[in-house]
Design a protein around this ligand. Sequence first.
Ligand code: SF4
Length: 73
Amino acid sequence: DLPKLTPADPAAKALAYAEDAATVKHPAFKPGSHCANCNFFKGAAGAAYGPCQLFPKNSVAAKGWCSAWAKKA
Ligand code: SF4
């Protein structure tokens, strides 16, 4: 498995990544959005962590969020 992305990672910081979307207070945050329903999330359904196309060296939390969130197509 890929190492978990940490919010302290410079690339994560640049996109305001958080491990829990419930804690996010970002102006771009849309209620209900989180990694599991993001178009860039490639994790298995129900998995707590999974790959994200924007962070190829890491896994991200299914409950996480970042400012690049885009609705799953
Ligand atoms: Fe999560 Fe999507 Fe941001 Fe990747 S691009 S960290 S899946 S919100």
